[in-house]
Design a protein around this ligand. Sequence first.
Ligand SMILES: Nc1ncnc2c1ncn2[C@@H]1O[C@H](COP(=O)(O)OP(=O)(O)OP(=O)(O)O)[C@@H](O)[C@H]1O
Length: 234
Amino acid sequence: MRELIEFKQVTKEYKIGEVPIQALAGVDFSIAEGEFVVILGASGAGKSTILNILGGMDTATSGQVFVGGQEITRLSEKQLTGYRGEKIGFVFQFYNLIPNLNALENVEFAAEICKNHLDAQDILHKVGLKDRIKNFPSQLSGGEQQRVAIARAVAKNPLLLLCDEPTGALDYVTGKSVLKLLQDVNRETKKCVVLVTHNSAIAPMADKIIKVKSGRIESVAINKVKHSVEGIEW
Ligand SMILES: Nc1ncnc2c1ncn2[C@@H]1O[C@H](COP(=O)(O)OP(=O)(O)OP(=O)(O)O)[C@@H](O)[C@H]1O
């Protein structure tokens, strides 16, 4: 399989006043096209920092990051804005929908800036919201709002989907159905999904599990057998 993502000796240092914080201390890993990857680690391990650098929302202090053959660590601010808009679909813990746009408008608004975007209505049907497309976020449950957020990310037809604790605000059953949707999207579209979580129980649903500890990669494991979300309990 071709590598889609490569991190090479990536470091990230934040400074709060005079005190430096080493969020990433030389991170190396690669992710192949089409893989479903779970990044696991305790709070403060550096998971979100990895995801934010990968998504062009933050920049590395040193090291190199390649995505689809492009070295994103060399991009200017303006080029990074283009990269984020065109290549990345984001799903966050708190859905970040625009409150005064309905579900369809939320998805269209994000998709329209992308050249190869998919039809917003089609994608909303696929995520199970056929009858809710005219609802505003306040008229939708948390799980439904997260489905809109996933539809919004998928409709851009991005190179990869980045999900930061996507079930963090949802109850067990709703969280499971959202994970199933992400697994289905990965299977059907062959898009690479990178999901950050502290919940190690969901590791069996991944192709690859990257464990992060104190800003370093603790281990990278490949699941020989990938499990459906339905078969996983936690
Ligand atoms: N903008 C920032 N300014 C200063 N320090 C930061 C910033 N972002 C992250 N950090 C620090 O970098 C380290 C890694 O943070 P990060 O958010 O990547 O961890 P995480 O594994 O995602 O944790 P959590 O699961 O709690 O979200 C932490 O010590 C954190 O306090």
